[in-house]
Design a protein around this ligand. Structure first.
Ligand code: PEP
Ligand code: MG
Length: 897
């Protein structure tokens, strides 16, 4: 660990994010680029980790370094910390490595006390401003350092204004601010038995400690979990000399984005407030003015802001979110960072930056957050539907949502947990509400602008949000709008793309791929090596996936075809059959259904490979639940005996006998997959026959069919050998002479650790391996995939025994090792062996990176994740280059015997 814990802005640069945090690194970069940044310094993330190692205490060593830095700042500013004649005032702000807007704490105006406030009043010739600044400090300090809830301070301010009949904060006089300061101090003393410190260095020490502590406040923890930010990272603290946007009408403060963060359109976008401090804009307490108005009010400042914004965007090669303050007509930049944006905007900005020659296609692809592609596949309101629009607010985060109204975050969480869809409606949201935003389908606020907390957080999470909808009046447990009343629990819908608030539940429609996304995807396709297949088991999903760019079907789960209302009874008939002949009769009834399904899929995937998996789940899954049957049988026994009830009882008892017969304590480890095919070969024979017949029909229609038949849950090579022979026999029988002309493959899923370990033997009978990472994870960890997530796994994740859920993100150390081994072993005996992943991990970025590095040929994921997987696969290629064991490097693989 480097010994230096404090860096002046001129000592850092943008590459020092890990140490200085995003904000600190950018302030340093801007300072060195000659931009108007108020001077200051950063206390590093190392210091934060040290703070926690020392049990939550700032060591003297670090604080001495901070004091030295203050001295240099004093020289620069020609002011002195704590000197009443020319007081130096600073802000103390958090600044983590990854941006976490509003999640941690900030204190402004630090350095004010009963004496220095006088000096500030004199130097600014504005006593009212000076005392207002002082009371803000006491309020923030009391809240952040001493933990006195903000509402107590707000109540005192409210009572003061009421006492003097004042409407706005700006109407409060110097004398009245002084009165409030007295009340604030008493409040702190009463609540905490501590005095607001007059020693400015005590203020500074406590403030830095409080900001470090805020890394572990509840909302920051939740935010980190959602955005997968590591807990050990810690935050930096930025200490910066204050500039004031509240020195009169020639001052102000605001936030601008270099491009529109909702649509991506290239024009300065943002808001500002005249005569205000930064907190007033982001908290949403006052609704700010659009930035275009600044052009009229302060044309020179606007021009300078525009030029600076463009310069910053060119410098960082990305859309910037810039905080600025104007102090007596002078522009200062307080912060710049890559702006949070909606998924739509992200695609447009990436493509535009390539068109403007700022980025190469590869650089643009690298910067895409793949989670944005998930959001892009958000729903919109079905325009065909008739809508009762109640009001229109600001379109803060796109996507549409429909749900029941709740008015606070806790209720949102509670209702959400019980499975209800809710819309969180609030005057404004604060960072404390993050758990409510997380649980809600969407957010509606009556106050606050496009950069308010609600808007920023919702955009980050991809939740629809309508902000600043001033026509709605929120009272306790209801809101009114235009004479109408909406109560808690009533249904509303919001459209975050247009800002509309709609009464009732509306139907939502699925999204489509924009022109920009198509362009990005085409670039991604030209870069990536990994193929992207889809998991689909009907013609509609297959067509959708193809539209999204799927290059084949990696997994068609045939059991889904057995569940339809017209088929289930035949499937049950088959299971209940006591003899082979009876079973064959039932299977013959199923055959045309299966054949029809396969024909539909082959047509949709004309020219692309289709991997069909033979039946996998245990047979009892097609029968009613045992408890239910017992209940029915008891009821029928006690019912009046009629011909009908007697017959029904017989049927139920027969079912019950069969269910008991098939009952297993561990069905996931029981008679499923190829074990079924071995015990009931006629089932797999029927499926193989249906596939080959469908091939013949489709070929007759001129369709190119590339079938791959997959045997599930193989653990021993003899199982596969036997099932392969069965399929080959059927091929011979159905295809006859044509067999040679049809390029079908027979392969297996690798889902059982033994199969992975003995892959060189299994590969002798397989044309391909498809890693079923759902089962492989289950069996490698010994975690039941049906139970673990609802039971101990949550605890494991909370306690960080596991950093990620292995059913979502592939466990590289264990499951990954088996995959890597199996690929190498398989290819050692069959260099042309095709390999892929078809578990849920096929749609997860990190897992896709692993598949690329391991040299698999493809991943297969659900249709809506196909675009995401295409981008992630390109990112993997850009990040790691071609994998050494990939198809083109197969010859290099060592043979192991
Ligand atoms: C798997 O196990 O990863 C798999 C794809 O099969 P299923 O989820 O159907 O068991
Ligand atoms: Mg499986």
């Amino acid at each position: 660990m480097n010994n230096q814990r404090v860096y002046h802005f001129q000592e850092g640069n943008a590459g020092m994010r890990e140490l200085l945090g995003g904000k600190g690194a950018n302030l340093a970069e801007m300072t060195n680029a000659g931009l108007p940044v108020p001077p200051g310094f950063t206390v590093t993330t190392d210091a934060c980790r040290e703070f926690y190692e020392k049990g939550g205490q700032l060591t003297d060593e670090i604080f001495n370094e901070i004091k030295q830095a203050v001295r240099l700042l004093e020289q620069k500013k020609r002011q002195e910390f704590g000197n009443p004649d020319r007081p130096l005032l600073v802000s103390v702000r958090s600044g983590s490595v990854n941006s976490m807007p509003g999640m941690m704490d900030t204190i402004l105006n630090l350095g004010l006390n009963d004496k220095t406030v006088q000096g500030l009043a004199q130097s600014t010739e504005n006593a009212k401003f000076a005392f207002d600044s002082y009371r803000r400090l006491i309020q923030m300090f009391g809240n952040v350092v001493f933990g006195v809830e903000g509402i107590y301070f707000e109540n005192l301010l409210h009572s003061l204004k009421e006492k003097y009949g004042l409407e706005q904060d700006r109407d409060v006089s110097e004398e009245q601010w002084r009165e409030l300061i007295g009340q604030y101090k008493s409040l702190i003393l009463e609540k905490t038995r501590r005095e607001f410190p007059q020693d400015v260095y005590v203020q500074l020490n406590l403030a830095v400690e409080a900001v470090f502590r805020s890394w572990n406040n509840q909302r920051a923890k939740v935010y980190r979990k959602v955005h997968q930010i590591p807990d050990h990272q810690g935050t930096a603290v930025n200490i910066q000399s204050m500039v004031f946007g509240n020195l009169g009408n020639d001052s102000g403060t605001g936030v601008v984005f270099t491009r529109n963060p909702s649509t991506g359109e290239k024009s300065l976008f943002g808001e500002y407030l005249i005569n205000a401090q930064g907190e007033d804009v982001v908290s949403g307490v006052r609704t700010p003015m659009p930035i275009r108005q600044l052009e009229m009010e302060m044309p020179e400042v606007y021009a300078q802001l525009l030029a600076t914004a463009q310069r910053l965007e060119q410098h960082y090669k990305d859309m910037q979110d810039i905080e600025f303050t104007v102090e007596k007509g002078r522009l200062f930049i307080l912060q710049t960072r890559n702006g949070k944006r909606t998924a739509q905007a992200a695609m447009k900005i990436a493509v535009d930056l390539v068109r403007e020659n700022v980025l190469t296609p590869g650089e643009a692809i690298r910067r895409i957050e793949v989670s944005h592609l998930d959001q892009l596949l958000h729903r919109a309101i079905d325009t065909e539907a008739a809508l009762e629009v109640l009001a229109t607010g600001l379109p803060a985060s796109p996507g549409a949502a429909t749900g029941q109204v709740v008015f606070d975050a806790d209720t949102a969480e509670e209702w959400g947990r019980s499975g209800k869809r809710v819309i969180l409606v609030s005057m404004e949201t604060t960072p404390e509400d993050i758990h409510g935003v997380l649980a809600a389908e969407g957010v509606l606020t009556s106050r606050g602008g496009m950069t308010s907390h609600a808007a920023v957080v919702a955009r980050g999470m991809g939740k629809p949000c309508v902000c600043g909808c001033e026509d709605i009046r929120i009272q306790s447990g209801l809101f009114t709008v235009d004479g109408q009343m909406i109560r808690e629990g009533d249904w509303i819908s919001i459209d975050g793309a247009s800002g509309r608030v709609i009464r009732g539940e509306v139907s939502l429609k699925d999204p489509e791929i924009s022109e920009e996304l198509s362009e990005l995807l085409a670039w991604a396709d030209s870069i990536r090596k990994l193929k992207i297949f889809t998991n689909a088991d009907n013609p509609e999903d297959s067509a959708k996936a193809r539209e999204f760019g799927a290059e084949g079907i990696g997994l068609c789960r045939t059991e889904h075809m057995f569940f339809g209302a017209d088929r289930l009874s035949v499937v049950q008939e088959m299971i209940l059959s006591d003899t082979l002949d009876e079973r064959r009769i039932a299977l013959n009834k199923l055959l045309p259904f299966q054949q029809g399904d396969f024909e539909g899929i082959f047509r949709a995937m004309n020219g692309l490979p289709v991997t069909i998996r033979l039946l996998d789940p245990p047979l009892h899954e097609f029968l009613p639940d045992m408890e239910e049957l017992i209940q029915q049988s008891v009821e029928l026994k006690y019912a009046q005996k009629t011909e009908e009830t007697v017959k029904e009882l017989e049927r139920v008892e027969q079912l019950l006998r069969k269910v008991r017969n098939l009952h297993e304590f561990n069905p996931m480890l029981g008679q499923r997959g190829c074990r079924l095919g071995i015990l009931f070969p006629e089932i797999y024979e029927m499926q193989a026959e249906a596939i080959f017949r469908a091939i013949l029909t489709c070929r007759g229609e001129g369709i190119e069919v590339l079938p791959e038949i997959m045997i599930p849950l193989v653990g021993h090579e003899k199982e596969l050998k036997l099932m392969r022979e069965l399929v080959e026999r059927k091929a011979e029988e159905v295809l006859g002479e044509e067999k040679e002309a049809i390029p079908y493959k027979i392969g297996t899923m690798i889902e059982v650790p033994r199969a992975a370990l003995t892959a060189s033997k299994i590969a002798q009978h397989a044309d391909f391996f498809s890693f079923g990472t759902n089962d492989l994870t289950q069996m490698t960890f010994g975690y039941s995939r049906d139970d673990a997530e609802g039971k101990f796994l949550t605890h494991y994740l909370e306690d960080e025994l596991l950093s990620t859920n292995p059913f979502q993100v592939l466990d590289e150390d264990g499951v990954g090792m088996l995959i890597d081994w199996a690929v190498k072993q398989g290819r050692s005996v069959k260099p042309e062996l095709k390999t892929g992943v078809c578990g849920e991990h096929g749609g997860d970025k990190q897992s896709i990176f692993f598949c690329h590095k391991t040299g698999l040929d493809y991943v297969s994921c659900s249709p809506y994740r196909v675009p995401l997987a295409r981008i992630a696969a390109a990112q993997a290629q850009l990040e790691f280059g071609s994998a050494s064991t990939a198809a083109n490097g197969r010859n290099k693989v060592a043979t192991t015997s």
